[in-house]
Write a protein that binds this ligand. Sequence first.
Ligand code: SF4
Ligand code: SF4
Length: 298
Amino acid sequence: MKEVTILSGKGGAGKTSVTAAIASVAENAVFCDNDVDAADLHLIFNPEVKETHTFYGAWVASINEDKCTNCGICKSHCHFDAIHYKEEGGLYINPFQCEGCRLCERVCPVGAITSQRSENNFWYVSDSRFGPFVHAKMGPGEENSGKLVTEVRRKAREIAKETGAGFVINDGPPGIGCSAISSVTGTNAVLLVIEPTRSGLHDAQRLVELVNSFSIPLFAFINKDDINAEVTREIEDYLTQKDIPLLGRWGFDTNIVESMIDKKSVVEYSPESETARSVKSVWEQMKEFLEVGKVVSS
Ligand code: SF4
Ligand code: SF4
């Protein structure tokens, strides 16, 4: 079983459109939405949820006012300045500042502080018309998205082993944060989706540095390559300089927008389009690399 992660340096680069299109042509695969902070692949996959699991978030401390003697010891020990005096007297812990280190719990002389893990995050195992699908939903303001990405990827690999699937395809989060790191760690290849704008190129370069630091084979795809010829040329030069194979490209295509509105992949929406053909070629090249380790080029 081989695992590939599809990433973009920033949101809005077309990553989910590309992932959905690849899902339409990739057979024998398990799909996994790693963008747990702003999951959207389910809008196209229209999954039938089979299992729902709670993902326990970070610890958050709170004070039992009935036990608290207002000694202030916890406040003086909190390194994150999360404990405050109330105007009306007494102390409280701001849950958005609390880092869950639980030190206050240990130093409180009367046992007035307890900590709990949030139960506001969920992950799901679903069926979809593309194949098994593992996805998640984080509650507002929740943290630990990197650990949740690790959990959904673990489950996707487990399903792939059980079902004999040849591939796990991850739709990664945008950017280079901890969830992006969790999304690439241990994958067999990364497909980078780049949009030809100045910020798109800059963000892609940061992502290339991140992926290269893990020594993971990296491939590229340019979305809307006709919206800025100059930056597209710069991207091509950059990829050549970094020895990153450019597997394919899309021009601006209204079929992509219309397919999203119709909650379909562009391959489903317009199978004979040049855009659909381009994606088939990209997946054939990726598959060849994943199966035989052959380095391909456009
Ligand atoms: S758990 Fe840690 S961060 Fe949170 S209030 Fe207590 S000492 Fe401060
Ligand atoms: S250490 Fe315990 S008793 Fe003292 S102020 Fe904090 S919660 Fe209250």
